[in-house]
Design a protein around this ligand. Structure first.
Ligand SMILES: [Zn+2]
Ligand SMILES: [Zn+2]
Length: 117
């Protein structure tokens, strides 16, 4: 689940700093990770959705960013305060903040795959 795409700005390695799960529109799990480049310190998000449809699983991964430093710090603080980071039912502010960022950040990369169930 840890995204390992290289930094789109400098091709450096991205480290997963924090992550949370939130609820996808279909009710499926969606993992959001906050990543930071070890060389240029820019921040990125990765989003991973495992959507269970009637006859197949639609796996979607998207890499987004970069984030403004302040947005990243705010999100990191909220993620660290989340009582249940990997519960999709948690409704602390981190999940809404992540949702808002995902809706406005540029998408760098998108992969999707359908698997039969
Ligand atoms: Zn970088
Ligand atoms: Zn939470």
């Amino acid at each position: 689940m840890g995204s390992t795409f290289p930094c789109p700005e400098c091709s450096g390695e991205l480290a997963v700093i924090a992550g949370i799960c939130n609820l996808h529109v279909t009710g499926d799990d969606r993992i959001v990770n906050l990543l930071q480049c070890v060389s240029c310190s820019r921040w990125f998000l990765s989003e991973w959705v495992d959507a269970w449809l009637s006859t197949y699983v639609d796996v979607v991964e998207r890499d987004l960013g970069p984030l403004a430093d302040k947005d990243a710090q705010d999100l990191l603080k909220e993620m660290n305060e989340c009582p249940e980071p990997y519960s999709k039912w948690c409704r602390c502010p981190a999940h809404g903040t992540a949702e808002g960022l995902i809706s406005r950040l540029p998408v760098r990369n998108s992969r999707s795959e359908q698997r039969d169930v």
